[in-house]
Design a protein around this ligand. Structure first.
Ligand code: PBG
Length: 340
């Protein structure tokens, strides 16, 4: 029955009516707050391209974690800026690595906060790639004068799996509750599951960055985590933004390998991928509202071109409407405050 019997505006007249008709709700319990851990103590260094987000030393991270929990946000995800980088990502899997130290300290102080450990090598590799680099014709000395052309290096898949598995086990040992591989090597979920099980971490879940696209929206993160590749780009391992069917295959394979939860990343430009994944798979589904998405909102708001709080809440709500049950966002704390 159409107009005039049907009037869609009837249910929009008051906030109470709108609330009854509302299909999607945002709650702090679905948010995850990312944190960047750096060496030193008393350090709180704001990231230039991410106003409001800082590199935090372990002691400051503990404070931040406590505050996050108090706001009703159940989980954080940790990234590390190691003291030293090398060609085997020692800082990623060392038991006294920066994230391992932060995880221990936070677990001690804020017991009921879920700690997610991002498993990747790029922040810990001198070349900034997410796997082991094999040089071709040209050598890749640390101070490689001329960056090699694509044909002259390769990100080696299978050898990288061992380092990723080692990282996962070391993080679990440090008290990390959920292991989240973001490297996009083939077979990493299976390799990590096997290593965790062998080490006795049968109950440590894997949240796989299953459909992670090679995105320009990661720009500010690479400044925050000092993880930009020193040559080339990540297109030989992260996905082509053009592909949604391939994203479904990536997710399916990660589930077969033992992923407990899956993620689509970035979020807002990929809402169709989130919706398709929700439709097709029954695992908890996370979406990562990445650094560039955050930076765009903050920059436009600073110019008074948009209403910051309104756009922030709208983007998070819409990511949930698309089908994500978990949202990783740099706005987690602020959103939780507004939802309280
Ligand atoms: C590590 C990693 C990245 C992000 C999360 N884990 C960067 C990248 O792949 O280059 C991006 C997160 C963000 O932009 O907020 N591989």
């Amino acid at each position: 029955m159409a107009f005039p019997v049907t009037r869609m505006r009837r249910l929009r007249h008051t906030e109470a009516l709108r609330s009854l008709a509302r299909e999607t709700r945002l709650t702090p319990e679905s948010l995850v707050y990312p944190m960047f851990i750096c060496p030193g103590s008393g350090v709180r260094k704001e990231v230039r391209s991410m106003p409001g987000v800082s590199n935090l030393s372990v002691d400051e991270a503990v404070k931040e974690a406590r505050e996050t929990r108090a706001l009703g946000v159940p989980a954080i995800i940790l990234f590390g800026l190691p003291e030293k980088k090398d060609e085997v990502a020692t800082g990623a899997w060392a038991d006294d690595g920066i994230v391992q130290r932060a995880a221990r300290a936070i677990k001690n102080e804020v017991r009921d906060l879920v700690i997610i450990g991002d498993v990747c090598l790029c922040e810990y590799m001198s070349h900034g790639h997410c796997g082991i680099v094999k040089a071709g014709a040209q050598s890749l000395g640390a101070a490689a004068a001329a960056p090699p052309a694509t044909a002259e290096y390769e990100i080696v898949n299978d050898a990288s799996l061992e380092l990723l598995a080692r990282t996962a086990v070391s993080l679990a040992r440090a008290g990390v509750d959920i292991i989240a591989p973001s490297d996009m090597m083939d077979g990493r979920v299976g390799a990590i599951r096997k290593a965790l099980d062998q080490a006795g971490y049968l109950n440590t879940p894997i949240l796989s960055y299953a459909a992670k696209f090679a995105s320009g929206f990661y720009g500010p993160f690479r400044e925050a985590a000092d993880s930009a590749p020193q040559f080339g780009d990540r297109r030989s391992y992260q996905m082509d933004p053009a592909n949604i069917r391939e994203a479904m295959r990536e997710i399916e394979l990660d589930i077969e390998e033992g992923a407990d939860m899956i993620m689509v990343k970035p979020a807002m430009p990929y809402l169709d991928v989130i919706a398709a994944a929700r439709e097709r798979f029954d695992l908890p589904l996370a979406a990562y509202q990445v650094s560039g998405e955050y930076a765009m909102i903050e920059a436009a708001a600073r110019n008074q071109w948009i209403d910051r709080e309104r756009v922030m809440m709208e983007s998070l709500l819409c990511i949930r409407r698309a089908g994500a049950s978990i949202i990783l966002t740099y706005h987690a704390k602020e959103a939780a405050k507004l939802l309280a």
